[in-house]
Design a protein around this ligand. Structure first.
Ligand code: 5CA
Length: 156
């Protein structure tokens, strides 16, 4: 098992979340691929979209329903600072994950997080487990608890 996936598993276990990481037969790099693999609606996939807070230089996490897009202006207003693109190196350094497998949990360092209310329309959602082939299911409530995310409208 990859180190990235072990961190995800450890975070889920530490929080007492009864969730299993599932290996998919096909790649789950995108929300569309993940939804097809899980056999769920695209909005049931929690995308972990990372931006760079240009004031602090730190990464910020937007847990976004698969079919939604982050609106830059709304997201910046929420953060209270301009946001820029987080490149692969920043994402890797702060989260410990590579693009396509960024998990919402098990990060190397604490990350400020926001959660798309659309995700709360489902009893269970799916997210990346640290690799482009593994996902796990979790309730939106548990995901909120683990990420300490703020629920806010940042899509458009
Ligand atoms: N495993 C899937 C489903 S859970 C997954 O990780 N999807 S995702 O949407 O969270 O991750 C893909 C996202 O990575 C893209 O939507 C995009 O926002 C981001 N991304 C893709 N390429 C880059 C890049 N070169 N730099 C920064 N972010 C990127």
């Amino acid at each position: 098992m990859s180190k990235s996936m072990k961190r995800v598993r450890a975070a889920l276990e530490a929080a007492g979340v009864a969730s299993e990481i599932v290996e998919m037969a096909a790649e789950t790099r995108t929300a569309q691929q993940a939804a097809e693999a899980a056999g769920c609606e695209i909005d049931q996939i929690a995308k972990s979209i990372v931006f760079r807070d240009e004031a602090s230089g730190r990464a910020v996490l937007f847990l976004t329903a698969g079919g939604n897009r982050v609106d830059d202006a709304k997201a910046s207003a929420l953060v209270g600072a301009p946001l820029g693109k987080a490149d692969a190196a920043l994402i890797r350094a702060q989260t410990g994950f590579a693009i396509g497998g960024v998990s919402p949990v098990g990060h190397l360092t604490a990350i400020r997080a926001f959660l798309d209310p659309r995700l709360s329309d489902f009893p269970v959602i799916w997210a990346a487990a640290g690799t482009p082939r593994h996902i796990f299911s979790i309730s939106p409530q548990d995901l909120l608890r683990l990420t300490q995310a703020q629920v806010a409208d940042f899509t458009g």
